[in-house]
Write a protein that binds this ligand. Structure first.
Ligand SMILES: C[S@@+](CC[C@H](N)C(=O)[O-])C[C@H]1O[C@@H](n2cnc3c(N)ncnc32)[C@H](O)[C@@H]1O
Length: 189
């Protein structure tokens, strides 16, 4: 947990070194995050998760794997991006299988909105990327529309074999049920 919720945190305060910082919003049980931290010892990984049980589980797994490049912040995703992390401090920001809030009256709870995209853009370093995946077709279309309206990101191709990208716990679950995921790869130029 941060010492002070009312000031920006530099990445060197989180990990005390200057390795590229990757953030996974709503990291859940952390399989993706743990896989990434193991594969990229030269990067630091910060999971953001509001449920304490999940935070503890990921931290335990990281300790067992001796991963000193992984930490989990127990905080709300939007707040972390808008108010806590320093501008230009994140090299890649991942938002994977977020809650789709399917009911129309709940759409305003979806993370992908203009103010959130503005905050993501600000927190990324130049050339940094925002990676988004969902199994929910309508949320995917919503995200494409919001990103188009926002207009500041460059959209990149993201074929499955583009780079190492482990499956998340929810992805494994959805794919076992025959659902397919769609993704957006967006770069801050
Ligand atoms: C559907 S799960 C996906 C978990 C993981 N990304 C995956 O793909 O396996 C969504 C996760 O985000 C967390 N979450 C949802 N909204 C959040 C928020 N506003 N701030 C922080 N965590 C949130 C939930 O507790 C849950 O663990």
């Amino acid at each position: 947990m941060p010492d002070d919720y009312f000031r920006r945190v530099e990445k060197t305060e989180v990990f005390r070194d200057d390795r590229p910082l990757e953030v996974d919003l709503g990291c859940g049980d952390g399989s993706f995050l743990l896989g990434m931290a193991e594969h990229h010892p030269d990067h630091n990984f910060l999971g953001v998760e509001r449920l304490l049980g999940r935070v503890r589980k990921v931290c335990k797994r990281a300790k067992r794997g001796n991963l000193d490049n992984l930490k989990v912040l127990r905080l709300e995703s939007r707040y972390s991006v808008e108010w806590l992390l320093a501008p230009g401090s994140v090299s890649r920001l991942h938002l994977l299988c977020p809650d789709p809030w399917p009911k129309v009256r709940h759409h305003r709870r979806r993370l992908v909105q203009q103010d959130f995209l503005e905050a993501v853009f600000a927190v990324l370093e130049p050339g940094g990327e925002f990676l988004f995946k969902t199994d929910h077709d309508e949320y995917f279309e919503w995200a494409v529309e919001k990103v188009g309206e926002f207009g500041k990101f460059e959209s990149l191709d993201w074929p499955e074999d583009a780079f190492f990208y482990p499956k998340t716990d929810f992805q494994i679950q959805w794919e076992a049920e025959g659902k397919r995921l769609q993704g957006l790869r967006l770069r801050k130029n």
